[in-house]
Ligand binder design. Sequence first.
Ligand code: YH5
Length: 269
Amino acid sequence: MVNNSVSIMGILNVTPDSFSDGGQFNSLDKAILQTDLMLAQGADIIDVGGESTCPNAIPVSLQEELDRVIPVISALRTRFDIRISVDTRHAEVMTEAVKAGASMINDVNALQNEHTLHIAAQLNIPVCLMHMQGTPSTMQQNPVYENVTADIIEFLKQRVEACIKAGIARENIIIDPGFGFGKTYEHNLILLRELKQFKTLQQPLLVGLSRKTWIGVATQQGPQERLAGSLAAAILAVQQGANILRVHDVGATRDALRILFAVNEKQHD
Ligand code: YH5
């Protein structure tokens, strides 16, 4: 945790078709090496995902997702003392991941599937509720909002209420506007400009900005050249109250946060 207030969640993709790391870390050994590196660089959470949610991703079966994710979580659990989050939309993966050692659920569907909602309530661990308009395959076709920030705050407010009604403790609920998920370039800019409005929900706020398409549009850079843009976006988010940053580049993000906290004259780690 940087300065006791912002946590860094390192992304561990275990998808062979993963666009952002070129599928570099799809074997168990590479997953362990990558985790070791992210831990050394200051990650507080490792987010393990086996299903790509980008629009042209090849769909994976439930069994395939389990086969990718569960051995990695087990291997990380035996080797490292770190919180492991599972990035999944499926109840079976949530259950098996927690058995294998995960202690956080990251659901890009915000537990809208009734089964996942009840499973998450039983598991009694932190959950991240992310907003997405549409489904991964269609979400970027024509996203429309009346007021993007207000609409997403209202959606998340309703999801927080549904979770509490299902028995999830309020302290275990993290919210996320879902940058890039059914949002135009302009929508992403407005969301980051107005991010502090999400603090009215009074829940921890997670943001995933790292290397996303809109950053590439703004900087005119490809996926591997979006680090500087991602760091700038991360700092803008933290200045508005973001509590968890989901990132590919843990060390660089930690250094950027150190500058922010040094300037703000807060303690550093
Ligand atoms: C998120 O925001 N995002 S997976 C496209 C890219 C680069 C990165 C084209 N899972 C989030 O990281 N979970 C993902 O360049 C997430 N919040 C939460 N909670 C997409 C991703 C990416 C997509």
